[in-house]
Design a protein around this ligand. Sequence first.
Ligand code: HSE
Length: 311
Amino acid sequence: MNSQSIKVFAPASVSNVGPGFDILGFALHEPGDEIILTKSDSDKLEITNITGDGGKLPYDIEKNTASVAIKSLMDKYEIRVGISVEINKKMGLGSGLGSSAASAVAAVVAVNELLELGLNKNQLLEHALAGEFVASKAIHADNVAPALFGGIVLIRGYHPIDVIQIPSPEELYCTIIYPDIEIKTSEARAILPDSVPLKDMISQTGNIASLIYGLATSDYKLISRSLNDAVIEPVRSKLISGYSEIKKAAIDAGALGSSISGSGPSLFALSNSEDVANKIAVDTKTVVDSLGIGSITYISKINEAGTKILG
Ligand code: HSE
């Protein structure tokens, strides 16, 4: 690598976290995506190589989350430089782990470093969101913000966007079980109801408020009581084969709670010991295996750093 080139890692993230649809997420240590940007002699932004996507991602700069994010930033600041983009996907597409967000975030952090723009994370956020929009057809920051800022992030509001970082409990572990099914976020959003009964609104606001309080005070019992989603999980869990059996295996293994990660198909389960986190991984994988579906598990504490400049 030289100063003409930069490589950035951005992590996967768990969004929604039970009751926090579109407003809560946290970053994982793995998996994650890498973006390499290189200044070029041409005056064009172009994608020169994509790996790890099984040939599914577009090279068209108007359609790829990474290039759309870079273009949004360059247009806003009227930057005219040739840049070639290489994307190394290290996680599945449509996994529920914020794959498109990770690429968009890595891209804006990389262009900021490469061109020494000195923009802060709040300034980068809107452009990463523009990239994420291409994949999910909606503006939601609950993957982008954790990948960019690290840690646990609450989005208090969107107009204007207001990102609040929540302290992470020291001993909080997250186990991910990622069944080999692809769910497009745009499709998983299209099946959601337009309105919510008042009783579900009461349940959801009570749980999100107490979840945030439990996270901020490391109250694991309160976190456990709060991991309930009355609105989204009942609808989306139908898209995931064996959902209730997988979730039950996580709870029986000692999880504080478990739900869909983002728009699925991955499930996350929280615990407060590494042994329990490992047991959840083994037991949930056994259930998914018995359904004849392949899967990958990850175990991670909260990633406080977010993106990493690799060189
Ligand atoms: N909050 C978004 C959703 C996250 O659930 O649709 C998508 O990964």
